[in-house]
Write a protein that binds this ligand. Structure first.
Ligand code: HEC
Length: 110
């Protein structure tokens, strides 16, 4: 699953780099959805876990931020998620926490 989606992540990186300065100033649901596009290449939008990748749709905001902080501090050792989490600011985490906490029942099938 990770290998099959790797091209999507690579394709997204230049776009992220280009848009980053202006996007950082925004704090709206569209921006949260934009941040989440990277996540849902692995964590399915339909909320269903895959073999190695847990569902993150509808985690409470506290659970979400707790898990992401644990990756940022290295308390949780998963390399992929440590890299992903390292790039997110506390504001990004708060936006994503709200976004995913509101996902249940609104998930878009992929
Ligand atoms: C390349 C694939 C990949 C991408 C991209 C990715 N994740 Fe993950 N994520 C994983 C894997 C694999 C795990 C399980 C890691 C572990 O065992 O700790 C995980 C775990 C998590 C967890 C912990 C879930 C739990 O129930 O404990 C959270 C929260 C999370 N990811 C959020 C995110 C967010 C937010 C993004 C986007 C900014 C993201 N992930 C992007 C693969 C990915």
């Amino acid at each position: 699953m990770i290998a099959r989606n790797a091209w999507r992540i690579r394709a997204l990186l230049p776009v992220t780099a280009l848009l980053w300065p202006s996007m950082c100033l925004a704090s709206d649901p569209a921006y949260a959805a934009y941040l989440a596009t990277e996540c849902v290449t692995c964590h399915k939008m339909n909320g269903k876990p895959t073999n190695a990748i847990p569902s993150i749709a509808a985690l409470s905001e506290g659970e979400f931020v707790g898990a992401m902080r644990a990756y940022q501090t290295g308390q949780r050792p998963n390399e992929v998620m440590r890299t992903v989490a390292a790039r997110l600011t506390p504001e990004n985490l708060a936006q994503l926490a709200t976004y995913f906490a509101n996902m249940q029942g609104k998930a878009i099938p992929r």
